[in-house]
Write a protein that binds this ligand. Structure first.
Ligand code: TYM
Length: 339
């Protein structure tokens, strides 16, 4: 398939399931901001339909989470003038295309998804049908824009491979060259930010320990305290990246430093190699506060203006539908739906 046929277009999404972490910021949002200034059209989405797949949320809480996520995007530097910022349910073509993809994707593909296996756990019988179909909706989110590039953290890689499989099968089954084969963009030092309490676990909003993560709503004191308390090992930092092998906590803190400072891991280690954590942690805390605290105060300011957020999302939905409505119409024509 010729890439040139498609406008370079970026799509990515985050679930408004409550609380953004440093993992979301470094693994995804920071890259979103960079890409809006590169040669791409950029569309960023609060995926509220996905947010109810694991469990139903209190309706007021979901509305609040969605606005808070929009505030987090904007406070981090996503400009509603440069990017299209949307809430998924306000652009109905996402769910409409997802139905077609439910009929393209195979049960076997879906049951191999590790996120499904993790989230459904031992009691898959009790999981919602929406949780099982989650990756087909995600493919629709992307392909309803003919998006060519999708920036995400490492944990979304398998879902993006499935998106490519769905696009290929659709194109093959209908004998068309209609959906692009999307490129995942999983780049940088922090594609998998780990818990501050356990270097073998992903940093996550669902971890019961608040000390395991930095939240985008944490103030300067909370950020510094969590970094001071982060788990480490007794050795000094190495001067080369090889020396981080089998040292998950040390690797995680160095990766976080590198991502926040826009440096490579090698550059960071050239500066801090030989230092004990007693010296490195205050340095990391200072950097994290400098980069993250302004985001949390700007988010709080925006959250006081929910009408302004709603206005931005309504504008985004109208812009988005100019792209999605014709693509859905063409998909329906290909499939044979009367129009
Ligand atoms: P979600 O809401 O779990 O996470 C949003 C983004 O943050 C990244 N991320 C991390 N990156 C590094 N380290 C971490 N600890 C960490 N935790 C989260 C995720 O990789 C993701 O990029 N299925 C998606 C939402 C989605 C989507 C889409 C993404 C729905 N439709 C279409 C891209 C395109 C999800 O659950 O993300």
């Amino acid at each position: 398939m010729s890439e040139a046929k498609f406008t370079p277009r970026v799509f990515s999404g985050i679930q408004p399931s409550g609380g953004l972490t440093l993992g979301n910021y470094l693994g995804a949002i920071k890259r979103f901001v960079q890409m809006q200034d590169e040669a791409f059209e950029t569309i960023y989405c609060m995926v509220d339909l996905h947010a109810i797949t694991a469990k139903l949320l209190d309706p007021d809480e979901l509305r609040r989470n969605t606005r808070e996520l929009a505030a987090g995007f904007i406070a981090s530097g996503i400009s509603p003038d440069k990017s299209i910022l949307i809430n998924q349910s306000q652009v109905p073509e996402h769910a409409q295309l997802a139905w077609i993809f439910n009929c393209i994707a195979r049960m076997g593909w879906m049951s191999r998804m590790t996120q499904w296996k993790d989230k459904a756990g031992k009691n898959a019988e009790a999981a919602s049908l929406g949780l099982f179909a989650y990756p087909a909706l995600m493919a629709a989110d992307i392909l309803v824009y003919h998006a060519t590039h999708v920036p995400v953290g490492e944990d979304q890689k398998q879902h993006l491979e499935l998106t490519r499989d769905i696009a290929s099968k659709f194109n093959h089954d209908y004998g068309v060259d209609f959906f692009p084969i999307t490129e995942p963009v999983i780049e940088g030092a922090a594609t998998r930010v780990m818990s501050l309490r356990d270097g073998s676990k992903k940093m996550s909003k669902s971890d019961p320990s608040d000390a395991s993560r930095i939240n985008l709503t944490d103030d300067a004191d909370a950020i510094a305290k969590k970094i001071r308390k982060a788990k480490t090992d007794p050795d000094a930092l190495p001067s080369e990246a090889d020396g981080l092998e089998n040292r998950p906590e040390a690797r995680n803190l160095v990766n976080i430093y590198a991502a926040l400072a826009d440096m490579s891991v090698e550059e960071v280690l050239r500066e801090v190699g030989g230092q004990q954590f007693g010296a490195f942690k205050p340095r990391l805390a200072e950097l994290a506060v400098e980069k993250m605290a302004p985001i949390s105060s700007e988010m709080a300011r925006l959250m006081d203006q929910p009408d302004e957020i709603d206005r931005i999302l309504a504008k985004g939905a109208a812009q988005a539908r100019e792209i999605t409505a014709p693509i859905l119409r063409q998909t329906y024509d290909i499939v044979g739906m009367l129009g």
